[in-house]
Design a protein around this ligand. Structure first.
Ligand code: NCD
Length: 325
């Protein structure tokens, strides 16, 4: 008698892609350019599935846990929409004060509990490294939905997919990241991801909110040209993708410091007049005034379209991780 493969209990195992199936998604570092191309291709299929009938039964019977220790609108609801559009369901834990966490339960024990009931756990947590810690405790896939000021890999994947769909390619572009590059986890993951392409990256921020050296050195060793400045005007006219971020108030130890930098940049109609005709403005959202609402009508404003691309990317990731693409 032959021993069944370890994943034999999973109905889609025969069609799974071993690069993704059953794997954690903890950091952008785990992806190759080829992996990204697969995610983009599956995301595109997902957009067609949604367009043609709203969804499919690909993940029927699958149950996801959304475990959120920090606020979220987009990440949390797009994972709900993604699993439900693929025929699965979700247990949503987003108010940990009403769960055993408020009794002092450790992250590891909470994760072990939820994996007894569900097939994968999407985790958002205020501490850097928490997703990796959860992955050690868990046997089922952990998807990092933001670990403090660390990383936000699924956001970077949807950001890259947005760039790819809107601009037709990622190679050859100049991407300018603006705002809180120190605490903004989305830009940490995005810088890592862009290092897999032939791009130029400008980092525009107040001096105290610069992109951490760790990321700059890593991107540098990939041979990517990078510019660090506080002056948006100096780089705006060469920019193909302007990626705006919120100053991350909740990460400052000193709120006086936050007050000093909170209004450093506002992208408005004037900014857009100085920008290329063919470029896009992105933002992971929420925005707190760093993009004036007058920009929303500009066809180059891609931040609302970005959310829809996010649904397709998260559907793709769930399909790949839970076994079928
Ligand atoms: C971002 C996050 O949580 O890091 N939001 C998101 O996931 N779309 C950005 C932010 O909170 O500023």
């Amino acid at each position: 008698m032959t021993t069944p493969p370890a994943d034999a209990h999973l109905p889609f195992a025969d069609k799974s892609d071993p690069r993704f199936f059953g794997k954690d998604i903890l950091s952008i570092s785990q992806f190759s350019r080829n992996d990204l191309e697969t995610v983009f291709a599956v995301a595109r299929e997902m957009s067609q599935i949604v367009e043609h009938g709203g969804g499919s039964e690909l993940l029927k019977g699958r149950v996801l846990t959304n475990l959120f220790y920090e606020p979220s609108t987009r990440t949390s609801s797009s994972f709900v929409a993604a699993i439900e559009r693929l025929g699965g369901s979700v247990i949503q834990i987003n108010n940990v004060t009403y769960s055993s966490v408020s009794k002092g339960e450790s992250l590891g024990d909470t994760v072990r509990t939820m994996e007894s009931y569900t097939d994968a756990i999407v985790l958002r947590h205020p501490e850097m490294g928490s997703a990796a810690e959860a992955a050690i405790a868990a046997t089922k896939p952990i998807i990092n939905a933001g670990d403090g000021a660390g990383e936000h890999p699924t956001q970077a994947l949807l950001d890259a997919y947005t760039i790819y769909e809107e601009m037709g390619a990622i190679d050859g572009l100049t991407v300018t990241m603006l705002g809180d590059l120190k605490y903004g986890r989305t830009v940490h993951s995005l810088a890592r991801l862009l290092a897999l392409f032939n791009v130029k990256i400008n980092y525009v921020s107040p001096a105290i909110l610069r992109m951490p050296l760790e990321f700059v050195s890593e991107v540098e060793s990939a041979g990517i040209e990078q510019v660090v400045t506080s002056d948006l005007k100096a780089v705006l006219e060469d920019t193909d993708v302007l990626y705006v971020t919120r100053i991350q108030k909740e990460r400052f130890d000193d709120q006086v410091e936050y007050e000093m930098v909170k209004d450093s940049y506002v992208v408005d109609a004037d900014t857009m007049r100085c920008a290329k005709e063919r470029m896009i403005v992105m933002h992971p959202l929420p925005r707190i005034g760093e993009i004036a609402t007058e920009v929303d009508q500009d066809p180059r404003a891609a931040y609302f379209r970005q959310m829809e691309y996010g649904l397709y990317v998260r559907m793709a990731l769930l399909a790949l991780v839970l076994g079928k693409a």
